[in-house]
Design a protein around this ligand. Structure first.
Ligand SMILES: C[S@@+](CC[C@H](N)C(=O)[O-])C[C@H]1O[C@@H](n2cnc3c(N)ncnc32)[C@H](O)[C@@H]1O
Length: 180
């Protein structure tokens, strides 16, 4: 089925909000790793989640976020940095929820140590929505259950994505992990 790009992107951000849960506490402290131009941040904000921070390596993407969604950008703390250079500066359990969407798949094997760090800074929940199958010079396929359970997290939910439903193809898996 053909899905227009805007609709596909909205479905992706909808999936994230669904995984957080309709009843989720709106005061949750949430970190997105790799926010690009802030589509997920805007969607979270519009759904009542306002305690948001993000890490993004691309200054251009962050500039676009500030241009497109100035009201949201003014209230979201953005760390313009490679995750590798900043993740160790966060204290244990700094965020109730840490999430990634189409970002860890680009993390080189040399930087795989950040996975332990993401588990360390997530207080209760880690959500990964990642292409776990694609292989290219910039795609590093991994099963994130096998990555994060040895870091002390427990997977509580898994979805193999469907383009028509989630705006992401079936190489993507959405996983929710809990700590403690
Ligand atoms: C495919 S985009 C996904 C963006 C967003 N999560 C979404 O779903 O729309 C991947 C983003 O991760 C960022 N990124 C890739 N490697 C990164 C790193 N090492 N540190 C921080 N951001 C990174 C890229 O600049 C890009 O904005």
């Amino acid at each position: 089925m053909y899905i227009a790009d805007d609709e596909r992107l909205r479905k992706r951000s909808d999936l994230l909000v669904q995984l957080l849960g309709a009843e989720a506490d709106r005061s949750l402290r949430i970190l997105e790793v790799g926010c690009n131009a802030g589509r997920n941040l805007k969607h979270l904000f519009d759904n009542g989640f306002h305690q948001i921070e993000a890490i993004e390596i691309s200054e251009n993407a962050v500039a676009l976020f500030r241009e497109r969604f100035p009201e949201v950008a003014s209230q979201v703390k953005i760390h313009v940095s490679p995750v590798e250079e900043i993740v160790r500066t966060f204290a244990d359990n700094s965020f109730d929820v840490v999430f990634t969407m189409a970002v860890l798949e680009h993390i080189h094997t040399d930087s795989a140590w950040i996975f332990d760090e993401l588990a360390r800074i997530a207080k209760t929940t880690l959500i990964t929505i990642e292409d776990e199958k694609g292989i290219s010079w910039r795609h590093f396929p991994r099963n994130y259950r096998e990555i994060f359970e040895p870091c002390g997290l427990v997977q509580v939910h898994e979805i193999q994505c469907e383009d028509a439903v989630h705006g992401l193809g079936n190489q993507f898996f959405a996983r929710v992990f809990k700590k403690g």
